[in-house]
Design a protein around this ligand. Structure first.
Ligand code: DOR
Ligand code: ZN
Length: 358
């Protein structure tokens, strides 16, 4: 597929298996941007304030999201916390909740009530395995726990292996994987273990993330070789790896007014998620990381739409999007009608396909 010269592309709707849609006014602004990015199915993260630690809170949140966007399938998650007992897992399964997200305590945005000792949740994991809920891992250790010269993600990988060995039937997602080592670790596990890959980790490296608050996120983008390993993973067509944007909006003001290195973590890509994956592949072809012919229609469809639905046991997409080159560029930000909230978008000014639903 000669991506650069293609003027029009038709794809099944994207399944974005990791999104942050926030709450209140920010949620109102964010939710309509899900469809704009070509997405009809979104796995929604529970790191709200307060975090979603019971079934009623999750269902209440889901109904708010549905009111704003009736045509998106919102897959919901609980925030792993001592209140998530095996009984709560049974209730969650009955209520149609899809997963439970584990944040190590203090590792990222709104994770202060996250987990410090995973073993204390083994009964909960056993219940999840039994009821078919997915365990979604923020796969990083705290900085204080990582050996010198090992990334926070790589230091977490033995824990992934331990969990998989202990709960082989539990479906586990290593969210937003960022290193060649993580890809290998996921490949080494059985078919119950998969990983999401974001758009931004396909084009950002630590060099960008260090100094641009709009490129700063967790996990921090890594070396060019890690970025390239993620790109190659996508074109390998391995169904264990699929799209989860980790689009994570923060008010523009909080990004621009922060001292260097203190901006809130999160890259906002939602209105252009499908297009940004394609941009990243185009850039990888230009760099020589992959060849034109490595990108095929089937591999794009697999990564963006099919593999995620398969892992989450959903039917294939019934809607399609058409992407056309019309000279559209990514704008600086999106803002609410009264201008009170503004969120900066990643990769401002980049030429992208224009997207419409068919
Ligand atoms: O960069 C990130 N932002 N990583 C996360 O894990 C959380 C997210 C957020 O909620 O802002
Ligand atoms: Zn996230």
């Amino acid at each position: 597929m000669h991506l650069k010269s293609i003027q029009q592309l038709e794809l099944p709707a994207t399944a974005d298996m990791h999104v942050h849609l926030r709450q209140g006014e920010l949620m109102e602004l964010m939710v309509p941007t899900v469809r704009q990015g070509g997405v009809d199915t979104a796995f929604v993260m529970p790191n709200l304030v307060p975090p979603l630690t019971n079934v009623d809170q999750v269902l209440d949140y889901q109904s708010k999201l549905r009111t704003i966007a009736k045509d998106v399938n919102f897959l919901m998650s609980l925030f792993l916390h001592p209140s998530i007992t095996p009984d709560v897992i049974a209730q969650a399964a009955a209520a149609g909740i899809t997963g439970v997200k584990m944040y190590p305590q203090g590792v990222t945005t709104n994770s202060e009530s996250g987990v410090s000792n995973l073993e204390s949740f083994y009964d909960t994991f056993a219940a999840m395995e039994k009821h078919g809920l997915v365990l979604n891992l923020h796969g990083e250790v705290l900085e204080s726990l990582a050996p010198k010269d090992v990334t926070l993600e790589e230091a977490f990988l033995p824990t992934l292996k331990t969990l998989h060995e202990r709960f082989p039937q539990l479906r586990i997602m290593l969210e937003h994987c960022t290193t060649a080592a993580a890809v290998e670790a996921v490949r080494a596990c059985g078919p119950t273990v998969g990983a999401t890959i974001t758009a931004h980790h396909l084009y950002l490296t630590s060099h960008d993330a260090c100094c641009d608050p709009f490129a700063f996120c967790k996990p921090i983008p890594k070396k060019p070789t890690d970025r390239d390993a993620l790109v190659r993973t996508i074109v390998s067509g391995d169904p264990k790896f699929f799209f989860g944007s980790d689009s994570a909006p923060h008010p523009l003001q909080s990004k621009t007014s922060a001292e260097e290195g203190k901006a809130p973590a999160g890259v906002y890509t939602q209105p252009f998620v499908t297009q940004l994956v394609i941009v990243a592949l185009e850039e990888a072809i230009e760099r020589g990381t992959i060849k034109e012919e490595d990108v095929t229609q089937a591999k794009l469809e697999g990564f963006l739409s099919k593999f995620g639905r398969q892992f989450y046991r959903l039917p294939e997409a019934s809607n399609k999007v058409v992407l056309e080159r019309k000279g559209e560029k990514i704008p600086t930000s999106i803002r609410s009608e009264d201008g009170s909230i503004e969120v900066g978008i990643s990769k401002v000014g980049t030429d992208v396909f224009s997207l419409r639903w068919v």
